[in-house]
Design a protein around this ligand. Sequence first.
Ligand code: ADP
Ligand code: MG
Length: 745
Amino acid sequence: MQLNSPIENLPKLQKPQLAALKKLGLDSVQNLLLYFPYRYLDFSQTRVIADLKPGENVSLKVKIKQISSRFSFKSHLMLAEAVVSDDTGSIKVVWFNQPYLAKNLIAGEEIFLAGQADYYNFGLQMTNPIYEKASDFPIHTSRLVPLYHLKQSLYPKTFRNLVASVIGLADEVPESLPAEIIKNQKLMDIRQTIKQSHFPETEQNVTEAKKRLAFEEIFYNQLLAQKHKLELAKKQSYPIKFNQSLIKQFVDSLPFKLTVEQKKAAWDILQDLEKPMPMNRLLEGDVGSGKTVVALIAALQAVSEGFQVALLAPTEILAKQHYQTAHKMFCENPANFNTRCALLTANFCLLNNKPEKKDKLTKLLAEGMPALYIGTHALLQKNIKFKKLALVIIDEQHRFGVDQRAALFENTKKVPHLLSLSATPIPRTLQLAVYGELDISQIKTKPLGRKQIVTKLVTNENRAKAYEFIAKQITAGRQVFVITPLIEESDKLGVKSAKAEVDLLKKIFPNFNIGLMHGRLKGAEKESVMKDFLDNKIQILVSTSVVEVGVDVPNTSVMLIEGAERFGLSQLHQFRGRVGRAEHQSYCFLFMTKALNQSLNSGSGYTTPSASRPPLLKEGGEAPRLSASSGQRRSLSSFSKEEYPAKRGEVVKDNANNETITRLNAFTKTQDGFELAELDLKQRGFGEIYGQTQSGWNFKYFDPSYTSLIEPARQEAINLLKDDENLKKYPLLSEKIKRKVVHFE
Ligand code: ADP
Ligand code: MG
């Protein structure tokens, strides 16, 4: 057996297991070794039977005195029952639903058991302990026992045995981090990391191994970011001269005064544009913070210097809205900036408000006609070849894949300056990890005079009141957004739950028109629903969360979110940002699913119904499978420890509901997107925030607890590239990075 041996070479693998391994991407021995556990069960304490205390996670070394199996009419399951003993006493052991077990184990044999004992019918008993035959190298008991994310037909024991059978090959895995860095950062080397991850000797070793993996990951991330920066700095862009009087004139012509942060951001950008190397800047600011006008300042500057600018929006509706805003500010302005604006989407083609043939516009654009071209992905099509594209602005950048971005630069000799606009606030501590290759400008405060959006957590009892309130708002001329969550896994786009909501609301509000927006609708259908909503032909628009309602409908005053507990705070914040865009006082109502309401009302812990048990319960694999039809509801404590977190000090969150309510309450109290992002990070972890951005990198090991590694990793990356920009000395590293690089050409 060798590191690069295919997984098929491992002995005793059955077909379904092989398939499951491949599904996990584990096609070679090396990949198997690099598949790390996500958690450990702590069975490192060994006890003798006489010292057993109920509820303690321990391992025992015992001899089987007797073992048999029978069908239990009470539980409708097969039971294996055994009596085991050591020098200090004996104890009863019961396994549910593992009929083969009594055949595997025979009386007289020495085994290890891992689990906990509990009182049952007057005496201590172990239920569903993990077992293995006694040996000098226990794998499943008597140690920190690794748990892996596995697919069906792969059981934890099978998987551990597989890894154990090849763990010796860890000594041949090549180290990809430079030795210097391992030394400087006091990191565990890759071989130790592999061994200590799968079969750790101590908890400290687990910590060290995890840290090494996290560092490695963030280091690659930073290396990539720095490489990007270096590469970009070598590219040529069109330097765009700053015309102070023009910009001043434009700013003076606006119907409002720019905020200090808007001015600062505009200044950052205008300075970047003057340089002969491409800008790569992110303008980050909450929904409604006024990013558009800042972007338009940059666009105006570029177009009036004779360049072409492309502004990409994630949806046609948004593109159209941007077009209207730009046209108003540039062309319908008494100062008249004499700047062309074009709209180019699947369904529209306008040049300075006049319909234009698509071919014609494409031709003009290829000839280099200076203008601000606004559009959707349609602007990225192959047949569109800008001649003098100097600036690209991407609104809601995370919606554009990295490849799409790259496509923009395919046909241009000069690399355009790039400005991304994002409404996803990233906590400061994570900025570098998420956007390492970007320069960042932030708008943290909204324009003055913006009213706070009244945000309320609505219990079931108060639903009726909320509906009454909504009816009054609509009667007063306002409109309402309703967002529905994804509830069933089978209902991937949430269409079903949105439709159900429409039916419900039709009964409650028979006199209002209710519209439906979801991901299955075709572009034109979406467009028409949105238009009806804009024209107030629809008073209530129900939308799935999948369809981003990133649209300005200033007349809406209520955002109602169903199943609010299913969303992250940042996401809720995005939804809330859709209202309160005009002078009307606006409201955001958070409705919850029924189960949560009960605990909100009673204030007590609500027992999680079986359908929504924490996902940990499913991952054990070795656990007894209680069929739902048996009608039994086990108490949480009766689950085998293999199903449950057993690490010392780790508490099962039976009161997750209360936590959710605290979380949602926090949301009602602040309107600061950055603060909410920090909260999300603390409470729900990295994925919540990171999942919303799409910078082409996914962290597996790095999480917020490792933020202190970011800066050292960045420094190491800078140092390494200083002497060896192409990583000639580190081919392995170079290889790893190459797979992730996207070139700006
Ligand atoms: P976002 O950052 O979400 O893209 P927008 O650019 O759409 O926000 O701005 C939201 C609204 O605020 C727009 O109607 C815009 O005209 C207005 N706005 C922008 N800047 C200011 C300002 N300094 N003072 C008042 N209103 C402003
Ligand atoms: Mg915007």
